[in-house]
Design a protein around this ligand. Structure first.
Ligand code: PLP
Length: 228
């Protein structure tokens, strides 16, 4: 087995174990393989293992890999910060966008989504750590943004995404996810079925608190040369 195949089976069994440990239905958590900074050949290796969902942060890099892998049946997720002048290619080249944090970006994605494609799946990025520099909508403003984005015709609002400040303590890792989960579930909107919670360092805490997508880079493809 190559390294990626080995890592892939390890992560999948970790996900399964975490699902069982917190009493969730087996298979309710989907793995999103975060391939930023990694070559198309790494994506191909994970694809050979059965992985179909891949996450990218940088538009130009993603478009180049999409061209190289055009023959593969991949679901592409954009998970990086979005500048408003980049919304058009994002709207036409991705199946999901996890990092929408303001109405203007959502409106542009909806207007620019090609009509021959199904509605673009959207998660709203929530800033739970309240750090000035981090992108994301504050929890207090989340319900209003949800109400607005739900109205946009060419988007399918699926749920929320969060990147809390890194913590090593398991209980501290759980807290931000629990708060977001509570706010979203209280809205009682069944179409919001997606919680994009958890990365390599906090997979188990995120799954315990309701993650339906975990975004894993390092544990699958190894560490990256530049921080991202
Ligand atoms: C890089 C990145 C990940 C993956 O992080 P790892 O710690 O390498 O698993 C997940 N989500 C987002 C938004 C990222 O930018």
């Amino acid at each position: 087995m190559n390294t990626i195949a080995h890592n892939f089976s390890l992560i999948n069994s970790q996900i399964k174990q975490a699902e069982i440990a917190c009493g969730r239905v087996s298979g309710s958590v989907q793995l999103l393989a975060v391939s930023k900074t990694k070559p198309a050949s790494d994506i191909a290796a994970a694809y050979q293992c059965g992985q179909r969902h891949f996450g990218e942060n940088y538009l130009q890099e993603a478009l180049s890999k999409q061209q190289q892998l055009a023959a593969f049946n991949i679901s592409w997720h954009f998970i990086g910060p979005i500048q408003s002048n980049k919304t058009r290619p994002i709207a036409s080249h991705f199946h999901w966008v996890h990092s929408v944090d303001r109405l203007k970006i959502a409106q542009r994605l909806s207007e620019q989504r090609p009509l021959h494609l199904p509605p673009l799946n959207i998660c709203l990025q929530v800033n739970i750590s309240d750090e000035e520099t981090k992108s994301g909508v504050n929890l207090a403003e989340l319900p209003e943004l949800i109400a607005e984005v739900r109205q946009l015709p060419n988007l399918c609002l699926r749920g929320v995404m969060a990147i809390p400040a890194p913590q090593t303590d398991y209980e501290l890792q759980r807290l931000p996810y629990r708060k977001i989960y509570q706010v979203v579930s209280a809205l009682n909107l069944p179409e919001l079925d997606t919680f994009s919670f958890g990365m390599t360092g906090d997979l188990k805490a995120a799954i315990t608190e309701g993650a339906t997508i975990v975004r894993v880079g390092t544990a699958l493809f190894g560490s990256r040369n530049y921080p991202a």
